[in-house]
Design a protein around this ligand. Structure first.
Ligand code: KIV
Length: 278
């Protein structure tokens, strides 16, 4: 029913951890393509980390489409999943199929991701029925963060943990191929991961999920905004970039860059003519 790439991802449940990262542009996608990453999410965190907006809800479809296309051009091995922007399904669920189709047929994604909201089951059902592979996303869902009372851990009491279990089961029954769990206590994700047959991918949800995802710019330490507790910065690339730029400034001001090896030189005959007649 699914493509080979999706079947391979599903087959990793209970065998090996699934590793995912977000990615938003061609150059980073090219780098990730040379790594062992299983799947790349063109996340709507694009709104925050690339476009400097304060809410993912503000992302336009055109922006998501363009960035998905850029990432798909470079990622050939891993699965590419495009986040559906809020405007493409929550604002108008009737348009969800049309937008999802564009992200797959035109922008090159293999699947789309939907955050949970009141009409998520209807949208997921429609997309799956029409052969669009869907990844779900429950727990802290930033597109509807106002309804959750802010950026807070979800599933901290019996009632809300039960709600999450119900959402995970509904999504599984509808045929989504995996679910992102965001900011859920690890004891709850352990139970929920056992309760569904499809892979669960955690962010801020502990070690029991079938896989993990992080925002690439958080892992590399280049996003200047809020850094939640669950983020591990594996590299301080911001400092290394600043050092490289400081070196560049020094060389330009000190006249050591560009050198001849970075310049185009004329052949001496033409040079003579140019010096005479130009
Ligand atoms: O957009 C994003 O970065 C996400 C991840 C946090 C899962 O949805």
């Amino acid at each position: 029913m699914y493509s080979d790439k999706i079947e391979q991802l599903i087959a990793k449940k209970n065998k090996e951890k699934i590793v995912m990262l977000t990615c938003y542009d061609y150059s980073f996608a090219h780098i990730l393509n040379e790594t062992a990453i299983d799947a790349v999410l063109v996340g709507d965190s694009l709104a925050n980390v690339v476009l400097g907006l304060d809410r993912t809800k503000s992302l336009s479809f055109r922006e998501m489409h363009a960035h998905t296309k850029a990432v798909s051009r470079a990622v050939h091995r891993a699965l590419v999943i495009a986040d559906m922007p809020y405007c493409a399904y929550q604002r108008n669920p009737g348009k969800a199929y049309e937008y999802a189709r564009k992200l797959i047929d035109d922008a090159g994604a293999h699947a789309v991701k939907l955050e949970w909201f009141s009409r998520c089951p209807q949208v997921a059902e429609q997309l799956v029925r029409k052969q669009i592979p869907v990844m779900g996303h429950i727990g802290l869902t930033p597109q509807t963060v106002d309804k959750l009372g802010g950026f807070k851990v979800q599933g901290k009491d019996l009632q809300s943990a039960r709600r999450l279990k119900e959402q995970a089961r509904i999504l599984e029954d509808l045929g989504v191929f995996a679910i992102v769990f965001e900011c859920i206590p690890q004891e709850v994700t352990q139970t929920l991961t056992r309760a569904v047959k499809i892979p669960t991918i955690g962010i801020g949800s502990g070690k029991w999920c079938d896989g993990q995802i992080l925002v690439l710019y958080d892992l590399l330490g280049i996003y200047p905004g809020r850094r939640p507790k669950f983020v591990k910065t594996f590299e301080n690339l911001d400092v290394r970039i600043q050092q490289a730029v400081a070196e560049y400034v020094k060389e330009v001001k000190g006249l050591s860059f560009p050198g001849e090896e970075h310049s185009f030189l004329l052949n001496p005959e033409i040079l003579q003519k140019i010096q005479k007649y130009l």
